[in-house]
Design a protein around this ligand. Structure first.
Ligand SMILES: [Zn+2]
Length: 465
Protein backbone atom coordinates (compact mmCIF):
# COMPACT_ATOMS: atom_id res chain seq x y z
CA UNK A 1 0.00 0.00 0.00
CA UNK A 2 2.67 2.43 1.04
CA UNK A 3 4.92 1.60 -1.91
CA UNK A 4 1.99 2.11 -4.24
CA UNK A 5 1.30 5.51 -2.66
CA UNK A 6 4.96 6.44 -2.95
CA UNK A 7 5.04 5.52 -6.63
CA UNK A 8 1.79 7.39 -7.25
CA UNK A 9 3.21 10.48 -5.57
CA UNK A 10 6.41 10.27 -7.63
CA UNK A 11 4.51 9.83 -10.88
CA UNK A 12 2.21 12.69 -10.01
CA UNK A 13 5.14 15.03 -9.31
CA UNK A 14 6.82 14.15 -12.62
CA UNK A 15 3.56 14.78 -14.50
CA UNK A 16 3.12 18.15 -12.78
CA UNK A 17 6.70 19.01 -13.71
CA UNK A 18 6.05 18.34 -17.38
CA UNK A 19 2.82 20.40 -17.29
CA UNK A 20 4.70 23.44 -15.96
CA UNK A 21 6.47 23.83 -19.30
CA UNK A 22 3.50 22.92 -21.52
CA UNK A 23 2.08 25.39 -24.03
CA UNK A 24 -0.24 28.04 -22.53
CA UNK A 25 -3.04 26.67 -24.76
CA UNK A 26 -2.68 23.20 -23.29
CA UNK A 27 -2.71 24.54 -19.74
CA UNK A 28 -5.76 26.73 -20.50
CA UNK A 29 -7.57 23.71 -21.93
CA UNK A 30 -6.80 21.63 -18.85
CA UNK A 31 -7.90 24.48 -16.60
CA UNK A 32 -11.24 24.95 -18.36
CA UNK A 33 -12.10 21.25 -18.35
CA UNK A 34 -11.29 21.01 -14.63
CA UNK A 35 -13.35 24.14 -13.95
CA UNK A 36 -16.41 22.75 -15.76
CA UNK A 37 -16.08 19.44 -13.94
CA UNK A 38 -15.86 21.25 -10.60
CA UNK A 39 -18.94 23.39 -11.33
CA UNK A 40 -20.84 20.26 -12.44
CA UNK A 41 -19.87 18.49 -9.22
CA UNK A 42 -20.89 21.53 -7.14
CA UNK A 43 -24.25 21.82 -8.93
CA UNK A 44 -24.98 18.17 -8.37
CA UNK A 45 -23.92 17.87 -4.73
CA UNK A 46 -24.15 21.26 -3.01
CA UNK A 47 -27.72 22.45 -2.32
CA UNK A 48 -26.60 26.09 -2.16
CA UNK A 49 -24.38 26.03 -5.26
CA UNK A 50 -27.07 24.20 -7.25
CA UNK A 51 -29.16 27.37 -6.88
CA UNK A 52 -26.21 29.74 -7.39
CA UNK A 53 -25.15 28.06 -10.65
CA UNK A 54 -28.69 27.16 -11.83
CA UNK A 55 -28.36 29.26 -14.99
CA UNK A 56 -24.85 28.08 -15.88
CA UNK A 57 -24.52 25.93 -19.00
CA UNK A 58 -21.87 23.33 -18.12
CA UNK A 59 -20.93 22.60 -21.73
CA UNK A 60 -20.19 26.15 -22.76
CA UNK A 61 -19.50 28.14 -19.58
CA UNK A 62 -16.33 30.20 -19.29
CA UNK A 63 -14.77 31.47 -16.08
CA UNK A 64 -16.20 34.98 -16.48
CA UNK A 65 -19.75 33.58 -16.77
CA UNK A 66 -19.61 32.38 -13.18
CA UNK A 67 -20.75 34.59 -10.28
CA UNK A 68 -18.20 35.62 -7.65
CA UNK A 69 -18.46 34.82 -3.94
CA UNK A 70 -16.83 35.87 -0.67
CA UNK A 71 -16.12 34.69 2.85
CA UNK A 72 -19.39 35.89 4.37
CA UNK A 73 -21.40 34.06 1.70
CA UNK A 74 -19.45 30.84 2.34
CA UNK A 75 -19.84 31.14 6.12
CA UNK A 76 -23.52 32.19 6.09
CA UNK A 77 -24.36 29.10 4.08
CA UNK A 78 -21.69 26.77 5.43
CA UNK A 79 -23.62 23.47 5.65
CA UNK A 80 -25.48 23.88 2.34
CA UNK A 81 -22.31 25.09 0.54
CA UNK A 82 -20.51 21.78 1.07
CA UNK A 83 -20.88 18.96 -1.45
CA UNK A 84 -21.05 16.38 1.34
CA UNK A 85 -23.89 16.05 3.84
CA UNK A 86 -22.00 14.62 6.82
CA UNK A 87 -20.15 17.81 7.84
CA UNK A 88 -22.07 20.43 9.81
CA UNK A 89 -20.83 23.78 11.11
CA UNK A 90 -21.64 23.06 14.78
CA UNK A 91 -19.73 19.75 14.60
CA UNK A 92 -16.75 21.48 13.00
CA UNK A 93 -16.69 24.13 15.71
CA UNK A 94 -16.94 21.46 18.42
CA UNK A 95 -13.99 19.63 16.79
CA UNK A 96 -11.82 22.76 17.12
CA UNK A 97 -12.79 23.15 20.77
CA UNK A 98 -10.78 20.06 21.62
CA UNK A 99 -7.01 20.44 21.21
CA UNK A 100 -6.64 16.64 21.30
CA UNK A 101 -8.12 16.66 17.77
CA UNK A 102 -5.03 18.41 16.37
CA UNK A 103 -3.62 16.22 13.59
CA UNK A 104 -6.69 13.97 13.49
CA UNK A 105 -9.11 13.47 10.63
CA UNK A 106 -12.73 14.44 11.18
CA UNK A 107 -14.99 11.42 10.67
CA UNK A 108 -11.89 9.59 9.36
CA UNK A 109 -11.94 11.41 6.04
CA UNK A 110 -11.89 15.19 6.34
CA UNK A 111 -9.11 17.64 7.15
CA UNK A 112 -10.49 20.61 9.06
CA UNK A 113 -8.76 23.94 9.63
CA UNK A 114 -9.71 27.54 10.21
CA UNK A 115 -8.17 30.91 9.43
CA UNK A 116 -7.17 33.30 12.21
CA UNK A 117 -9.99 35.71 11.48
CA UNK A 118 -7.57 38.66 11.35
CA UNK A 119 -9.92 40.19 8.78
CA UNK A 120 -13.27 39.56 10.42
CA UNK A 121 -14.75 36.18 11.21
CA UNK A 122 -12.62 33.00 10.88
CA UNK A 123 -13.26 30.90 7.80
CA UNK A 124 -13.84 27.19 8.45
CA UNK A 125 -12.17 24.98 5.85
CA UNK A 126 -12.99 21.39 4.88
CA UNK A 127 -10.58 19.44 2.68
CA UNK A 128 -9.75 15.93 1.65
CA UNK A 129 -6.32 14.45 2.55
CA UNK A 130 -5.73 13.84 -1.16
CA UNK A 131 -5.57 17.64 -1.68
CA UNK A 132 -2.39 17.63 0.39
CA UNK A 133 -0.78 15.07 -1.88
CA UNK A 134 -1.30 17.55 -4.72
CA UNK A 135 0.23 20.33 -2.63
CA UNK A 136 3.37 18.35 -1.82
CA UNK A 137 3.67 17.03 -5.37
CA UNK A 138 3.49 20.61 -6.68
CA UNK A 139 6.10 21.65 -4.16
CA UNK A 140 8.41 18.79 -5.17
CA UNK A 141 7.85 19.39 -8.89
CA UNK A 142 7.81 23.15 -9.15
CA UNK A 143 8.80 24.82 -5.90
CA UNK A 144 12.31 23.49 -5.79
CA UNK A 145 15.63 25.00 -6.80
CA UNK A 146 16.99 21.81 -8.37
CA UNK A 147 15.05 20.61 -11.37
CA UNK A 148 13.09 17.46 -10.78
CA UNK A 149 13.68 14.39 -12.90
CA UNK A 150 13.57 10.65 -12.30
CA UNK A 151 17.17 10.61 -11.03
CA UNK A 152 16.41 13.37 -8.56
CA UNK A 153 13.29 11.49 -7.41
CA UNK A 154 15.34 8.36 -6.70
CA UNK A 155 17.96 10.39 -4.83
CA UNK A 156 15.22 11.93 -2.73
CA UNK A 157 13.88 8.48 -1.98
CA UNK A 158 17.16 7.45 -0.40
CA UNK A 159 18.00 10.87 1.02
CA UNK A 160 14.71 12.56 1.89
CA UNK A 161 14.42 16.32 2.02
CA UNK A 162 14.59 17.49 5.65
CA UNK A 163 11.94 20.16 5.79
CA UNK A 164 11.57 22.35 8.86
CA UNK A 165 8.24 24.18 8.90
CA UNK A 166 8.06 26.89 11.53
CA UNK A 167 4.64 28.40 12.20
CA UNK A 168 3.59 31.13 14.63
CA UNK A 169 1.83 28.84 17.08
CA UNK A 170 0.29 25.37 17.10
CA UNK A 171 -3.38 25.19 16.21
CA UNK A 172 -5.87 24.25 13.52
CA UNK A 173 -4.38 26.70 11.02
CA UNK A 174 -4.30 25.89 7.31
CA UNK A 175 -0.51 26.07 6.86
CA UNK A 176 0.09 23.90 9.93
CA UNK A 177 -2.51 21.32 8.90
CA UNK A 178 -0.66 20.78 5.62
CA UNK A 179 2.22 19.16 7.47
CA UNK A 180 0.13 17.28 10.00
CA UNK A 181 -1.86 15.53 7.30
CA UNK A 182 1.00 14.71 4.96
CA UNK A 183 -0.01 11.60 2.99
CA UNK A 184 2.02 8.40 3.53
CA UNK A 185 3.31 8.42 -0.04
CA UNK A 186 5.04 11.74 0.59
CA UNK A 187 6.81 10.67 3.76
CA UNK A 188 9.44 8.71 1.89
CA UNK A 189 10.51 11.85 0.09
CA UNK A 190 10.14 14.46 2.78
CA UNK A 191 11.07 14.26 6.44
CA UNK A 192 9.17 17.05 8.19
CA UNK A 193 9.82 18.74 11.50
CA UNK A 194 7.04 21.08 12.48
CA UNK A 195 7.89 23.76 15.03
CA UNK A 196 6.30 26.93 16.24
CA UNK A 197 7.83 30.23 17.28
CA UNK A 198 6.75 29.79 20.88
CA UNK A 199 8.53 26.42 21.11
CA UNK A 200 10.99 26.82 23.98
CA UNK A 201 13.69 24.74 22.30
CA UNK A 202 13.12 26.11 18.79
CA UNK A 203 16.78 26.97 18.11
CA UNK A 204 18.21 23.73 19.57
CA UNK A 205 15.67 21.57 17.70
CA UNK A 206 16.37 23.36 14.43
CA UNK A 207 20.10 22.87 14.79
CA UNK A 208 19.69 19.21 15.66
CA UNK A 209 17.39 18.53 12.70
CA UNK A 210 19.81 20.16 10.20
CA UNK A 211 17.08 21.12 7.74
CA UNK A 212 17.78 21.14 4.00
CA UNK A 213 14.58 23.14 3.49
CA UNK A 214 13.02 25.78 5.68
CA UNK A 215 9.46 27.01 5.20
CA UNK A 216 8.22 29.84 7.37
CA UNK A 217 6.82 33.38 7.65
CA UNK A 218 8.86 36.55 7.08
CA UNK A 219 8.49 37.58 10.74
CA UNK A 220 9.91 34.21 11.84
CA UNK A 221 12.74 34.54 9.30
CA UNK A 222 13.54 37.85 11.01
CA UNK A 223 13.61 36.08 14.37
CA UNK A 224 15.89 33.30 13.05
CA UNK A 225 18.11 35.88 11.35
CA UNK A 226 18.47 37.74 14.65
CA UNK A 227 19.58 34.44 16.22
CA UNK A 228 22.11 33.77 13.43
CA UNK A 229 23.44 37.34 13.68
CA UNK A 230 23.99 37.00 17.43
CA UNK A 231 25.73 33.63 16.99
CA UNK A 232 22.96 31.76 18.79
CA UNK A 233 21.91 29.72 15.74
CA UNK A 234 24.03 28.05 13.07
CA UNK A 235 22.42 26.23 10.13
CA UNK A 236 25.82 24.91 9.00
CA UNK A 237 25.92 24.33 5.25
CA UNK A 238 22.86 22.06 5.03
CA UNK A 239 20.24 24.53 3.92
CA UNK A 240 19.39 24.30 0.22
CA UNK A 241 16.34 26.51 0.14
CA UNK A 242 14.28 28.85 2.27
CA UNK A 243 10.64 29.55 1.42
CA UNK A 244 8.79 32.52 2.84
CA UNK A 245 5.03 32.08 2.99
CA UNK A 246 2.28 34.40 4.04
CA UNK A 247 4.12 37.65 4.84
CA UNK A 248 6.05 40.06 2.66
CA UNK A 249 9.83 40.11 2.84
CA UNK A 250 11.53 43.25 1.55
CA UNK A 251 14.39 43.14 -0.95
CA UNK A 252 17.06 44.19 1.61
CA UNK A 253 16.50 41.42 4.16
CA UNK A 254 15.96 38.88 1.38
CA UNK A 255 19.40 39.62 -0.05
CA UNK A 256 21.02 39.63 3.37
CA UNK A 257 19.32 36.43 4.51
CA UNK A 258 20.54 34.56 1.46
CA UNK A 259 24.08 35.25 2.63
CA UNK A 260 23.22 34.65 6.27
CA UNK A 261 21.43 31.33 5.70
CA UNK A 262 23.60 30.26 2.75
CA UNK A 263 20.56 29.42 0.62
CA UNK A 264 18.21 31.16 -1.83
CA UNK A 265 15.13 32.71 -0.25
CA UNK A 266 11.98 32.23 -2.34
CA UNK A 267 8.39 33.39 -1.84
CA UNK A 268 5.29 31.28 -2.04
CA UNK A 269 1.92 32.96 -2.17
CA UNK A 270 -1.04 30.96 -0.95
CA UNK A 271 -3.93 31.08 1.47
CA UNK A 272 -5.98 28.63 3.50
CA UNK A 273 -8.50 28.40 0.67
CA UNK A 274 -5.70 27.30 -1.69
CA UNK A 275 -2.33 26.53 -0.14
CA UNK A 276 -0.76 25.41 -3.41
CA UNK A 277 -1.67 28.52 -5.45
CA UNK A 278 1.89 29.40 -6.50
CA UNK A 279 5.45 28.12 -6.62
CA UNK A 280 8.39 30.48 -6.15
CA UNK A 281 10.62 31.10 -9.18
CA UNK A 282 14.41 31.04 -8.85
CA UNK A 283 14.96 33.07 -12.02
CA UNK A 284 12.63 36.04 -11.56
CA UNK A 285 12.15 35.83 -7.78
CA UNK A 286 8.44 36.14 -8.53
CA UNK A 287 5.91 33.32 -8.18
CA UNK A 288 4.33 31.16 -10.86
CA UNK A 289 0.61 30.48 -10.49
CA UNK A 290 -0.14 26.74 -10.65
CA UNK A 291 -2.82 27.56 -13.18
CA UNK A 292 -3.57 23.97 -14.14
CA UNK A 293 -4.95 23.50 -10.59
CA UNK A 294 -5.95 27.01 -9.54
CA UNK A 295 -7.05 30.27 -11.13
CA UNK A 296 -5.96 33.69 -9.95
CA UNK A 297 -7.73 36.76 -11.38
CA UNK A 298 -6.38 40.20 -10.46
CA UNK A 299 -9.38 42.54 -10.43
CA UNK A 300 -10.48 46.07 -9.47
CA UNK A 301 -13.14 47.00 -6.89
CA UNK A 302 -15.91 46.01 -9.31
CA UNK A 303 -14.33 42.63 -10.17
CA UNK A 304 -13.18 43.78 -13.61
CA UNK A 305 -9.83 42.40 -14.80
CA UNK A 306 -6.76 44.56 -14.19
CA UNK A 307 -3.97 44.36 -16.82
CA UNK A 308 -0.60 42.77 -16.02
CA UNK A 309 1.88 45.20 -14.54
CA UNK A 310 -0.86 47.09 -12.71
CA UNK A 311 -1.90 46.83 -9.09
CA UNK A 312 -5.30 45.21 -8.50
CA UNK A 313 -7.71 45.96 -5.63
CA UNK A 314 -8.24 42.29 -4.80
CA UNK A 315 -8.07 38.85 -6.38
CA UNK A 316 -10.61 36.21 -7.34
CA UNK A 317 -9.42 32.73 -6.48
CA UNK A 318 -10.61 29.42 -7.89
CA UNK A 319 -9.31 26.20 -6.36
CA UNK A 320 -9.80 23.44 -8.92
CA UNK A 321 -8.84 20.63 -6.54
CA UNK A 322 -11.12 21.04 -3.50
CA UNK A 323 -14.37 19.31 -4.41
CA UNK A 324 -15.76 19.22 -0.87
CA UNK A 325 -15.91 22.96 -0.26
CA UNK A 326 -15.77 24.64 -3.66
CA UNK A 327 -14.07 28.04 -3.93
CA UNK A 328 -14.93 29.42 -7.34
CA UNK A 329 -14.14 33.10 -8.11
CA UNK A 330 -13.78 33.72 -4.40
CA UNK A 331 -12.79 37.24 -3.34
CA UNK A 332 -9.57 37.67 -1.39
CA UNK A 333 -8.46 41.16 -0.34
CA UNK A 334 -4.85 40.90 -1.48
CA UNK A 335 -3.13 43.43 -3.71
CA UNK A 336 -1.32 41.54 -6.47
CA UNK A 337 0.63 42.66 -9.54
CA UNK A 338 1.05 40.16 -12.39
CA UNK A 339 4.31 40.36 -14.36
CA UNK A 340 3.86 42.07 -17.70
CA UNK A 341 6.67 40.10 -19.32
CA UNK A 342 7.33 36.39 -19.68
CA UNK A 343 9.66 34.77 -17.22
CA UNK A 344 13.17 33.90 -18.41
CA UNK A 345 12.86 30.43 -16.90
CA UNK A 346 11.35 27.48 -18.78
CA UNK A 347 8.07 27.56 -16.84
CA UNK A 348 5.13 28.77 -18.94
CA UNK A 349 2.73 29.31 -16.04
CA UNK A 350 1.57 32.91 -15.30
CA UNK A 351 4.03 34.93 -13.22
CA UNK A 352 3.20 37.14 -10.22
CA UNK A 353 5.61 40.07 -9.96
CA UNK A 354 4.59 41.34 -6.55
CA UNK A 355 2.25 40.77 -3.63
CA UNK A 356 1.72 44.11 -1.94
CA UNK A 357 -0.18 42.91 1.11
CA UNK A 358 -3.82 43.11 2.07
CA UNK A 359 -6.17 45.83 0.89
CA UNK A 360 -7.29 46.30 4.48
CA UNK A 361 -3.78 47.42 5.55
CA UNK A 362 -3.99 51.14 4.93
CA UNK A 363 -3.09 54.44 6.48
CA UNK A 364 -4.73 57.79 5.74
CA UNK A 365 -3.60 61.08 4.26
CA UNK A 366 -5.45 64.32 3.48
CA UNK A 367 -5.64 65.62 -0.06
CA UNK A 368 -7.44 68.98 -0.44
CA UNK A 369 -8.88 68.54 3.04
CA UNK A 370 -10.29 65.10 2.24
CA UNK A 371 -9.01 62.01 4.06
CA UNK A 372 -7.92 59.28 1.65
CA UNK A 373 -6.76 55.71 2.27
CA UNK A 374 -3.13 55.09 1.22
CA UNK A 375 -1.36 51.78 0.73
CA UNK A 376 1.94 51.39 2.67
CA UNK A 377 3.77 50.46 -0.57
CA UNK A 378 4.55 54.20 -0.93
CA UNK A 379 6.38 54.28 2.40
CA UNK A 380 8.02 50.94 1.70
CA UNK A 381 9.32 52.29 -1.60
CA UNK A 382 11.24 54.95 0.31
CA UNK A 383 12.38 52.70 3.15
CA UNK A 384 13.38 49.86 0.84
CA UNK A 385 16.00 52.04 -0.85
CA UNK A 386 18.39 51.73 2.09
CA UNK A 387 18.45 47.88 1.88
CA UNK A 388 19.38 47.77 5.55
CA UNK A 389 15.90 47.89 7.04
CA UNK A 390 14.73 44.51 8.31
CA UNK A 391 11.18 45.53 9.06
CA UNK A 392 9.02 48.62 9.37
CA UNK A 393 5.76 49.57 11.00
CA UNK A 394 3.47 52.52 10.43
CA UNK A 395 1.51 53.78 13.43
CA UNK A 396 -1.06 56.50 12.88
CA UNK A 397 -2.76 57.99 15.95
CA UNK A 398 -4.23 60.98 14.15
CA UNK A 399 -4.94 61.86 10.50
CA UNK A 400 -2.18 64.48 10.20
CA UNK A 401 0.71 62.44 11.55
CA UNK A 402 2.50 59.26 10.68
CA UNK A 403 4.94 57.51 12.95
CA UNK A 404 7.26 55.13 11.10
CA UNK A 405 9.32 52.65 13.11
CA UNK A 406 12.24 50.90 11.43
CA UNK A 407 14.43 48.05 12.61
CA UNK A 408 17.94 47.77 11.09
CA UNK A 409 19.38 44.46 9.91
CA UNK A 410 22.06 43.31 12.35
CA UNK A 411 24.25 46.20 13.44
CA UNK A 412 23.52 48.44 10.44
CA UNK A 413 23.38 52.13 11.34
CA UNK A 414 20.24 53.78 10.04
CA UNK A 415 19.88 57.52 9.64
CA UNK A 416 16.30 58.28 10.78
CA UNK A 417 16.45 61.79 9.33
CA UNK A 418 17.46 60.58 5.90
CA UNK A 419 14.74 57.93 5.88
CA UNK A 420 12.23 60.60 6.94
CA UNK A 421 13.26 62.83 4.02
CA UNK A 422 12.88 59.93 1.60
CA UNK A 423 9.44 59.00 2.94
CA UNK A 424 8.28 62.64 2.73
CA UNK A 425 9.55 62.93 -0.82
CA UNK A 426 7.80 59.74 -1.89
CA UNK A 427 4.54 60.93 -0.29
CA UNK A 428 4.88 64.34 -1.94
CA UNK A 429 5.39 62.66 -5.30
CA UNK A 430 1.97 61.06 -4.88
CA UNK A 431 0.34 64.35 -3.86
CA UNK A 432 0.24 63.78 -0.10
CA UNK A 433 1.76 67.06 1.09
CA UNK A 434 -0.09 67.54 4.35
CA UNK A 435 1.28 64.59 6.31
CA UNK A 436 3.79 65.04 9.10
CA UNK A 437 6.17 62.07 9.33
CA UNK A 438 8.34 60.96 12.24
CA UNK A 439 10.86 58.16 11.89
CA UNK A 440 12.17 56.19 14.84
CA UNK A 441 14.90 53.52 14.73
CA UNK A 442 14.05 50.66 17.11
CA UNK A 443 15.88 47.48 18.18
CA UNK A 444 13.13 45.00 17.36
CA UNK A 445 9.81 45.00 15.60
CA UNK A 446 7.67 42.03 16.55
CA UNK A 447 3.96 41.34 16.84
CA UNK A 448 2.46 42.85 20.03
CA UNK A 449 0.19 39.88 20.27
CA UNK A 450 2.43 36.80 20.48
CA UNK A 451 1.37 34.13 18.03
CA UNK A 452 -0.36 36.60 15.70
CA UNK A 453 0.86 37.87 12.39
CA UNK A 454 2.92 41.05 12.46
CA UNK A 455 0.90 44.16 11.58
CA UNK A 456 2.72 46.63 9.32
CA UNK A 457 0.05 49.31 9.70
CA UNK A 458 -1.71 50.25 12.92
CA UNK A 459 -4.38 52.93 12.72
CA UNK A 460 -5.60 54.20 16.08
CA UNK A 461 -8.46 56.43 14.98
CA UNK A 462 -11.74 56.10 13.14
CA UNK A 463 -11.17 57.52 9.61
CA UNK A 464 -14.86 58.42 9.15
CA UNK A 465 -14.87 60.98 11.96
ZN1 LIG B 1 10.09 31.63 -13.74
Amino acid sequence: MELWETLRFGARALLLKSMSTASPERIAHKQLSRLRRLVAHAKENSPYLAEKYAGVDLDTCQLEDLPTCDKSEVMENFDRWLTVDDVKQDEVEAFFDNDANLGKLFKDRYVLSHTSGSTGQPLLLVKSPIDFELMFALQAARGHRTSLDLKEMITRFTEPVRLAAVTLKPGFFPSGSAFQYMPDGVRNFIDVLQLSLNDENLIARLEEFQPTHLTTYASILHELARAVESGELDFGDHLEQVVNISEKLMAGPRKRYQELFGAPVLDDYGMGECLFLTSGCMTSRGMHVNSDWAILEVVDDDNRPVPSGERGSKILLTNLANRIQPFIRYEVGDIVVMASEHCDCEVTLPLIAEIEGRNSELFYAKVDGQLRPVHPAIVEQAIGQTMEVREYQIVQDEPERLQVKIEPIGSAALDADQVRQEVLEELKGEGFNELDVQVEVVDRLVSDDQGSKFKRVITNFEPDQ
